[in-house]
Design a protein around this ligand. Structure first.
Ligand SMILES: CC(C)(COP(=O)(O)OP(=O)(O)OC[C@H]1O[C@@H](n2cnc3c(N)ncnc32)[C@H](O)[C@@H]1OP(=O)(O)O)[C@@H](O)C(=O)NCCC(=O)NCCS
Length: 151
């Protein structure tokens, strides 16, 4: 990638062939995401609850989520590979997730993010509201919510 040149990318639902790459990207971010187990990723792919971003050669980002039975979609994990950050890919993943959640009849997307992570700044700039915090098992967590307007 040429530094400073936004890369063109495509968003799509993940397929089982993407599983190894998604797992590697998750493992490289264990500090941020915790331990992400392969069967859980496989189940999300099966349910069409895992969107990936790809460029011409590689899988460069993903968001994993779950549509609950009630009005909430839960965002489990989001990662953009380090070389591709600050180009709007994370924002586009959130927008695509919001479209999917609206189409599934949901009213809100919720997530928990360790309070010490830089990613909190990303949520603050992509339309989320800080809904509270909780101690968490190992570290303090921020609770973020994105309200979905009907459209
Ligand atoms: C958080 C993450 C997904 C953001 O992805 P990204 O593609 O770099 O984000 P975007 O380029 O779409 O940024 C969208 C907005 O958020 C802002 N932003 C992005 N990262 C930020 C950060 N670390 N701190 C403050 N603001 C940030 C951008 O400046 C941009 O704001 P603007 O449009 O008003 O200028 C990415 O940094 C990442 O994968 N981090 C490691 C994994 C992680 O922490 N996941 C979340 C665990 S809770």
């Amino acid at each position: 990638m040429t530094s400073g040149t936004p890369e063109s990318f495509t968003l799509r639902q993940a397929t089982p062939a993407d599983l190894d790459t998604i797992k590697s990207l998750a493992d490289a971010h264990r500090h941020e995401l915790g331990f992400v187990i392969r069967p859980a990723l496989a189940r999300s792919i099966e349910r069409s609850e895992l969107i990936v971003a790809t460029n011409s050669t590689s899988l460069i980002a993903f968001v994993e989520y779950h549509h609950r039975r009630d009005a909430q979609t839960t965002l489990y994990h989001i990662v953009v590979a380090p070389d591709y950050r600050r180009q709007g890919i994370g924002r586009r993943l959130i927008e695509r997730l919001a479209d999917e959640a609206r189409a599934a009849g949901k009213e809100v997307i919720a997530l928990k993010c360790p309070a010490a992570l830089p990613a909190n700044g990303f949520y603050a700039r992509t339309g989320w509201s800080l809904a509270g915090s909780e101690p968490g098992k190992h570290r303090s967590l921020n609770l973020w919510q994105l309200t979905l307007d009907a459209s």
